[in-house]
Design a protein around this ligand. Structure first.
Ligand SMILES: Cc1cc2nc3c(=O)[nH]c(=O)nc-3n(C[C@H](O)[C@H](O)[C@H](O)COP(=O)(O)O)c2cc1C
Length: 217
């Protein structure tokens, strides 16, 4: 498929079929992800791929942690977000509302518990980074994530990056035996999209390009 078509078509998938993804396919996708450029070609990414019964165990653990701690996907951070950004998050959720209504689900529960459950995807992939790297190396991880989500789309698979799970890093590390000195930067849900689910018809909006650019000529 044409790259521009893939970029235009891809969207985050939030309902998956339970069908397993062949290990070879996951490997082929990750082989493309590691073609991403990285500073001094350090290739700092490390992947933990969780499938099968372990994947179920992971969801149970994360949902339990979410219910105990209630740390959600909300925009909240150390500082309140500037209005421009907060508005975009609120608008996105507002645009999703009709889909939640159609499904008869509570939006917060759907997003937060759904994220902890990788939206039912059969594969959860964690992108880890050794904590001896400076924070700037998260850029390299982001590039690999970008390559992974686009390649997955090309392969007929859906993805949803899951940042929420970083709130439960301790639980993830303990469950998956991830060493203390590795940061869990992002998780990704991977699987075959459930085309029948209304939420997968949702297409997120983008601001006009001029909102992001300041030309200096
Ligand atoms: C770093 C990152 C973290 C994200 N975390 C979550 C998450 O925890 N739960 C979720 O449902 N979506 C998550 N998303 C998906 C975004 O909500 C989504 O990319 C955005 O709304 C734009 O929609 P699109 O991917 O369909 O274009 C995340 C995306 C990124 C890039």
């Amino acid at each position: 498929m044409d790259l521009l078509k893939v970029i235009n078509e891809r969207r985050s998938v939030r309902a998956f079929k339970p069908d397993p993804v062949p290990k070879q396919t996951i490997e082929e996708i990750l082989k493309m992800a590691i073609l991403a450029p990285s500073a001094i070609n350090l290739q700092p990414w490390e992947f933990v791929v969780v499938t099968g019964e372990e994947r179920e165990r992971l969801s149970r653990r994360l949902i339990k942690a979410y219910k105990e701690k209630q740390i959600s996907c909300g925009p909240g951070n150390v500082k309140p977000l500037p209005k421009t950004f907060a508005k975009r998050g609120a608008k996105t959720l507002e645009l999703m509302n009709p889909f939640f209504e159609e499904m008869g689900v509570d939006p917060n529960q759907f997003i937060n518990e759904g994220s902890c459950n990788f939206y039912g995807a059969p594969v959860a992939i964690f992108f880890c980074l050794d904590d001896s790297f400076p924070k700037a190396r998260v850029v390299d991880i982001g590039l690999a994530l970008g390559y992974l989500i686009l390649t997955s789309h090309e392969f007929g698979l859906g993805t949803c990056p899951i940042g929420l799970i970083t709130a439960y890093e301790d639980e993830i590390k303990e469950l998956l035996n991830i060493p203390e000195n590795k940061m869990v930067v992002i998780g990704v849900a991977l699987g075959y999209p459930d085309e029948k689910s209304p939420i997968n018809r949702f297409k997120s909006y983008r601001e006009n390009l001029d909102k992001f650019i300041r030309w200096i000529e």
